[in-house]
Design a protein around this ligand. Structure first.
Ligand code: ATP
Ligand code: NI
Length: 352
């Protein structure tokens, strides 16, 4: 079996609010194999960022609480680790980039100085050597005229160039794992594609593994090895790109795919949208959390939470439709190889 760089087990997190403790993620389990890219997709508020921040142990600083679960990085648990010890991992062995490059950069230092600073923090380098490596990093992220650009300030650059600088800072210490949270969302469409392509190339060159968060199924299709679909704090489906796109099992995934422009969803110029909206985390519905928005909802879906079940090929989904057999109303039926087995720690419930 391939070696795993990241294993998230039953990660449950919450925030203390006026209504008491409100969950942000609910028993999230994800695996990332070494050298691979896992995309986490889902609508706004589904818990993607909280999951990433929990891996980084930055959730503590955002006011969040990890109430249950494990995060294993190369087999080592990060949840129980002291923040002091996380400093050797965060920004060094695991780095993270965010949506808005401007907020990650300091406006009063040149970009070369900022990359050099990132290098000096983790490696013991002379100023001269740190500067040399800083320019080299700019070259590696395909920054045009790196020697000149290194002496410029963030405001002298476009959004795309700033994101290249942020990526250079993140990769300066040669991390094993890069977490990218909507890294292209704030950029122009043409630049988005360039940055995605760059991330893919750098992932290979730096021999990294990547956890990429996006709300865009199109992006996931292009860069992912595997895709995890999150809905209202939980993983509802996970599989290879082909499994997710050709044989989606969860109606939420089916809805996401139908709403991609240019795919089958576009009929007469109008884009499909999933009816209703994601519930507030303080009011998660009973049974399957997606049932109020699901076109196929059955009685069992309103009362019993479907367990995440895994096919023989490793394709996971949490949907009672998997048990309907010949009556299965979904467009693409799971094939025989996908005969499922129940896994995980979700409560085993029998269908009434
Ligand atoms: N600092 C916070 N305080 C209180 N609740 C929070 C905080 N940050 C996130 N949450 C809640 O946690 C849940 C998950 O949020 P998260 O940011 O992980 O969603 P997301 O999937 O990343 O969405 P988006 O696509 O908008 O970035 C949401 O219900 C959100 O309201
Ligand atoms: Ni987010």
């Amino acid at each position: 079996m391939a070696e795993k760089i990241l294993e998230i087990r039953n990660l449950t997190t919450g925030f203390l609010t006026d209504q008491g403790m409100v969950k942000a993620t609910d028993r999230v389990s994800l695996d990332l194999e070494k050298g691979k890219t896992l995309c986490v997709v889902g609508e706004s508020g589904s818990g993607k960022s909280v999951t990433a921040l929990s891996v980084m142990r930055l959730i503590d600083y955002a006011g969040g609480i990890i109430t249950e679960g494990e995060v294993l990085f190369n087999g080592q648990d990060l949840i129980g680790m002291r923040q002091q010890d996380m400093l050797n991992i965060r920004g060094n062995r695991i780095t993270m980039i965010f949506q808005d490059p401007m907020s990650a950069l300091n406006p009063v230092f040149t970009v070369g100085e900022q990359i050099a600073e990132s290098l000096r923090t983790h490696k013991k380098l002379t100023s001269k050597e740190a500067w040399r490596q800083s320019v080299e990093m700019l070259r590696r992220v395909r920054m045009p005229d790196p020697e000149i650009r290194a002496r410029q300030y963030p405001y002298e650059m476009s959004g795309g160039m700033c994101q290249r600088v942020v990526i250079a800072m993140a990769l300066a210490c040669n991390p094993e794992l890069l977490i990218a949270d909507e890294p292209t969302t704030a950029l122009d469409v043409t630049v988005q594609a360039q940055i995605l392509e760059l991330l893919l190339q750098l992932k290979k060159e730096f021999r990294m593994s990547m956890l990429l968060i996006t709300h865009d199924m199109g992006v996931a299709a292009e860069v992912a090895d595997r895709i995890a679909v999150m809905y209202a704090g939980a993983v509802v489906e996970e599989g290879t790109v082909a499994e997710i796109f050709e044989r989606p099992r969860h109606p939420y995934t089916i809805g996401l795919l139908k709403s991609i422009p240019g795919l089958e969803g576009e009929r007469g110029g109008e884009l499909y949208t999933i009816t209703g909206s994601i519930p507030p985390m303080s009011k998660i519905p009973s049974g399957c959390r997606f049932h109020p928005r699901c076109t196929y909802a059955m009685d069992v879906c309103r009362t019993n939470e479907p367990p995440l079940s895994q096919s023989l090929t490793g394709h996971k989904a949490a949907c009672w439709l998997d048990d309907t057999g010949a009556d299965d109303p979904r467009p693409a039926k799971p094939n025989n190889r996908e005969a499922k087995v129940t896994i995980g720690t979700r409560p085993e419930v029998t269908q009434p």
